[in-house]
Write a protein that binds this ligand. Structure first.
Ligand code: PLP
Length: 414
């Protein structure tokens, strides 16, 4: 008989909460219940300390300096690249490009891969549930380059219609750009299947991992994707920093998208030559402290274990999904079989913004709106939903506080 698979010990959430100073405060006279993690996550002390340590001891510009501080800053910045490589299991640290966040990562791909390598009639396949930052950059390209956008529909439960998506793939498909996890509905997309099918027609695949990387272990080699984008601030790291992972051969073939210092090899008025990846795509002084803070966040998450985080959040989402069922007139938007981190809902007869305001008075922070995903809202005939989104430090007691506050909304609105 084979030994039973060892399950990782559950996350010690009470312990973990001690690492997040911001969580320990009262808001409007109530203990803060922070359920807006999909918008941005709170930062553990190790990240805050990594930022201040850098500014207190090492601050200098990187790559060009000949003095000790510059050497230290360069080492820390390039070390952060290696730590992000490991976090995503990329094959080579040159495949890690530091950017401002997911939005910039996708715009980089659209402006460089798209503008440089795509032309009229080439097709980019998206889905109806994409965040605006994975729609608008492609629309700009459509206008500029005559690229054609094809959009896979979403089913009633918030899953992507996979058959329809596969049916859109063909000889003109150059890129499939889809979310790994939907920020509006929480749906986890069958990305491996999509990568396989896209590669079978010779297309590249970009995964928008903004909402996946904080919740699931991400292994870009196992996923087989060509591009993977994430935002540091949703991953318990600083704002203004993120990662574009791209296969080295693609980065080598792609033209630069922004020009300036650090991305060149030589400059003359006769013409300039460019640095090798990833520096070719990092013009100007980057967010050095941000990269160092993000590396600290990646270390922190690795220390806790992404599998344990996933297990904790899955259990919490299941608990919350059931618990909100007790609120009369509440309807979940997005009930796909595989979801991560997000509970989107509407309450009959009450505007989502009113719900958000009342919850805030109860100390519960959620988001109300279209979540920068207007096409999928329209798909469900809605202008907005309320979105409670969970992070590794959230607890069942906090879900209970959310549900109690929703009952309070019901009392007020009848
Ligand atoms: N993609 C998804 C799925 C998101 O949820 C977000 C942010 O909410 C983004 C992209 C854009 O991320 P950022 O604003 O950090 O660039």
């Amino acid at each position: 008989m084979s030994a039973p698979a060892l399950r990782p010990a559950p996350l010690d959430v009470a312990r973990v909460r001690e690492d997040f100073p911001v969580l320990h405060q009262q808001v409007r006279g109530r203990p803060l219940v922070y359920l807006d993690n999909a918008a941005t996550a709170q930062k553990p002390r190790v990240v805050i300390e990594a930022l201040s340590r850098y500014y207190e001891r090492d601050n200098a510009n990187i790559h060009r300096g000949v003095h000790a501080l510059s050497e230290r800053a360069t080492e820390a910045y390039e070390g952060a690249r290696e730590r992000l490589r490991r976090f995503l299991n990329a094959a080579d640290r040159r495949e890690i490009v530091f950017v401002r966040g997911t939005t910039e990562a996708i715009n980089l791909v659209a402006q460089s891969f798209g503008r440089g390598l795509l032309g009229p009639g080439d097709e980019v396949v998206l889905t109806q549930l994409e965040h605006h930052s994975n729609i608008v950059p492609w629309q700009l390209l459509e206008r500029e380059r005559g690229v054609r956008l094809r959009v896979a529909p979403v089913l009633d439960d918030g899953s992507v219609d996979l058959e329809a998506l596969l049916g859109l793939l063909g000889p003109r498909t150059r890129l499939v750009a889809v979310a790994h996890v939907s920020n509006a509905l929480g749906t986890v997309l069958p990305v491996r299947r999509i990568v396989e099918a896209a590669h079978a027609v010779g297309a590249r695949v970009l995964l928008d991992g903004a909402q996946a990387a904080p919740h699931l272990p991400v292994d870009v080699q196992a996923l087989g994707c060509d591009f993977y984008c994430l935002s540091g601030h949703k991953l318990y790291g600083p704002t203004g920093i993120g990662v574009l992972y791209a296969r080295l051969e693609l980065l080598e073939a792609m033209p630069p998208w922004q020009g300036g210092g650090d991305m060149i090899r030589t400059v003359s008025f006769a013409g300039s030559t460019f640095a090798d990846p990833p520096h070719k795509f990092e013009a100007g002084t980057p967010h050095i402290a941000g990269a160092i803070g993000l590396a600290a966040a990646a270390d922190y998450l690795e220390g806790l274990g992404m599998e344990r985080i996933r297990a904790h959040e899955e259990a919490l989402l299941a608990y919350a999904t059931e618990a909100v069922g007790s609120v009369p007139g509440l309807r979940l938007v997005g009930t796909a079989p595989e979801k991560a981190g997000i509970l989107s809902f509407v309450l009959e007869g009450v505007h989502p913004h009113d719900i958000g305001t009342i919850l805030d008075h109860e100390g519960v922070a959620v988001r109300a709106g279209h979540h920068c995903a207007m096409p999928v809202m329209e798909r469900f005939g809605l202008a907005a939903t309320v979105r409670a989104s969970f992070g590794l430090y959230n607890t069942r007691e906090e879900v209970d506080a959310l549900v109690a506050a929703l009952h309070r909304v019901r009392e007020i609105f009848g």
